[in-house]
Every structure is written in C-alpha cells, then in structure tokens.
Write a protein that binds this ligand. Structure first.
Ligand SMILES: C[S@@+](CC[C@H](N)C(=O)[O-])C[C@H]1O[C@@H](n2cnc3c(N)ncnc32)[C@H](O)[C@@H]1O
Length: 170
C-alpha cells in the first residue's frame, strides 16, 4: 500500500467510525496527489489544503495555487486552498479536522511547530498523520513525533509505508 492509498483509506475509516462525512486538513499540497487520493469518493465533506507553493521541500515553485484550483475545479464546493506558510495560518484556523496530514515543512522545528499548531484543530478521535518519519533525509522527524506525543500524553503508530508514516491519535 502506498502512503496516498493509506491516507485515503483512513479517511474512509474515519467516515465509517464517526458515521458522517469528515473534515480533512492537509499541510503540503504540492501538485495535489495526496489531496486527490483523499477526495476520491465521498468520505470528505470539507477539505482544506495549505501550501506556500514555493520551493521548499520539493515545492512546485509556482508561487500560486492556480494549478490546484484547475485540477480540482469540480471539487471546489468542498475544497479550500490556502496559499500561505502553515506557521502563519494554522494558529489562525478554527474548527476541527477529523484527519490531518502533515507533509509540509520537513525541518525538525517546522514539523514540531506544525504538530503543536494542529493540536487545537484535532477533535477527540481525530488523527494526525506525519509523513517521512523514516526518510533518511529527515531522520530527526521520528524523534520530533515521539517528543510531541510524550509531551501531550498521546499515542501513535509507526507505519512502515512509503518513507514512513506516523499516525497520532487524538
Ligand atoms: C513533500 S511536498 C507535499 C506532497 C504532497 N502532500 C503529496 O503527497 O502529493 C511538501 C510541500 O510542502 C510545502 N511546504 C513546505 N514548507 C511549507 C510551509 N511552511 N507552509 C506551507 N507549505 C509548505 C512545499 O511547498 C511542498 O509543496
């Protein structure tokens, strides 16, 4: 199973467990491939994607979200794209997201901050997924996740999927 397939499956699982369509937050949209996997089907009723569309961490460098709006033009009734630095916008968001996928700033401090900033958006039974925890280029990310869950008394599973995926339970 690929990372994208796993995220899409967790969206469907959450919809089944919560007995309603879910809300999804994605940090790091790039070309929209993970977003497309999650939006395939009716598990999600509201989806928010955040990306600078700059050059950091494999970014498109397009400096704009137009390619995403074009790709998902039939989904805009349930998709909001915010072109911004997650570290600026996450503290400003309100509401709750049943599934959150962190795949943006891959620095240790950036990932730690994204995790902290997502906590107020996580409802009971919500899930945070963090990508690349086994990626040798970001070998510190597993420790970032371990420190975060220990600090907040949370639990997580370490999935050996793709470049490694942490699943943190709210
Ligand atoms: C690995 S890619 C995302 C891949 C995408 N999730 C997928 O699977 O198709 C990382 C993305 O995070 C974005 N990014 C990096 N730092 C960011 C930040 N501080 N705020 C928002 N987006 C950021 C980059 O622009 C890039 O598009």
């Amino acid at each position: 199973m690929t990372t994208h397939e796993y995220i899409a499956q967790r969206a469907k699982d959450q919809r089944f467990i919560l007995k309603r369509p879910i809300s999804y937050l994605e940090i790091g949209v790039l070309e929209g491939n993970s977003m497309a996997a999650v939006l395939d089907g009716d598990a999600v009723h509201q989806s928010v994607g955040i990306d600078t569309f700059g050059v950091e961490y494999g970014g498109t460098g397009k400096g704009s979200s137009i390619h995403i709006l074009e790709r998902f033009k039939t989904e805009l009734h349930r998709l909001l794209i915010i072109q911004s630095d997650s570290h600026y916008v996450l503290p400003l968001l309100s509401g709750k997201f049943d599934l959150i996928y962190i795949d943006g700033d891959h620095s240790a401090e950036g990932c730690r901050q994204d995790l902290e900033d997502c906590l107020h958006l996580l409802p009971p039974r919500g899930i945070i997924l963090v990508d690349d925890i086994d990626n040798p280029n970001h070998s510190y990310l597993l420790q970032v996740v371990e420190s975060f869950v220990a600090k907040h008394g949370l639990e997580f599973d370490h999935h050996r999927i793709g470049p490694g995926l942490a699943e943190i339970y709210g």
